[in-house]
Design a protein around this ligand. Structure first.
Ligand code: MN
Length: 277
């Protein structure tokens, strides 16, 4: 059974044009959890915390995953794609060899909340053509386990056989958004060998046989073992995210994540030469 290996609180950070967020993966305290390079939680009802958004910027070599809990985010990219991600919707963008995009709040007031996860691509696929999958809340399968547990299955397959809406054969990710009512429990399994973590959106839970307590806003890095047991102390909502580690060298600088310094330098050169658009 999986036990908690480490608890991460994240740090306050600002990115894009002054967007206030909590960075949980991708800090000097917790650099990465292969294949995950970055995990940000943003959430505020103060427009000055988010209104600047993330104006036009490039990416190469990995995937960005945006999952919205509240509010609306408009994206546009150099491949001609655009759309609005709304509450409960997800965008899984494969930057591949390069894309330039903007991610801007569609609203001028009210609550804006969600997550961004960066998922590394294997060396063999870092230079593939960019692509994205965008799904609305209605398209994300929702698995009901009685009245006390609901699982929104963005990626991966649950033990009851519900398959996620996102296709990804690079790291075969799991991305579940789970609601548990008070004093309920959730049991499932994560593919053996995958790295995994839990992030508490609301409430508190206890994990594994050692019954480690995790509170709102905390991330728990999970150890090996396949089976997962999570019990709620009060109404709780949490994400379970897992993926196959790539075990490859990582060289990152800003929006580019490659395997060697030379490749990162090439990414900057290509961006400056207008080759990412
Ligand atoms: Mn971006």
């Amino acid at each position: 059974m999986k036990e908690v290996k480490q608890i991460i609180d994240g740090i306050q950070a600002s990115d894009g044009d002054g967007v206030q967020l909590v960075r949980i993966i991708g800090t000097s305290f917790f650099d990465s959890l292969d294949p995950f390079l970055l995990f940000d939680a943003f959430g505020s009802d103060k427009p000055q915390d988010y209104i600047g958004g993330f104006p036009s910027h490039p990416h190469r070599g990995f995937e960005t995953v945006t999952y919205m809990l509240a509010g609306k985010m408009r994206h546009e990219d150099s491949a001609g794609n655009s759309g609005v991600i709304e509450s409960g919707g997800v965008q899984w963008m494969t930057a591949g060899k390069g894309i330039i995009h903007s991610e801007m709040p569609e609203q001028e007031e009210g609550l804006l909340a969600g997550f961004q996860l960066w998922v590394n691509l294997p060396a063999s696929h870092k230079m593939i053509a960019p692509a994205y999958q965008e799904k609305s809340a209605e398209e994300v399968p929702s698995e009901s386990r009685g009245e006390e547990c609901t699982v929104k299955v963005i990626a991966g397959t649950t033990r009851l056989g519900t398959k996620g809406i996102i296709e990804n054969n690079f790291v075969n990710p799991t991305y579940w958004d789970i609601h548990l009512s008070q004093s309920a429990s959730f049991e499932d399994a994560i593919p053996v060998g995958h790295n995994s973590f839990i992030y508490l959106i609301e409430g508190s839970v206890i994990i594994g046989q050692r019954k480690t307590l995790i509170n709102k806003g905390q991330m728990a890095v999970l150890g090996s073992g396949a089976s997962l047991k999570i019990e709620s102390q009060q109404d709780a909502r949490f994400l379970i995210i897992a993926g196959k580690p790539l075990n490859e060298p990582v060289e990152r600088a800003g929006p580019f994540v490659m395997n060697t310094r030379r490749e990162v330098a090439q990414a900057f050169a290509d961006y400056q030469a207008g080759k990412l658009a």
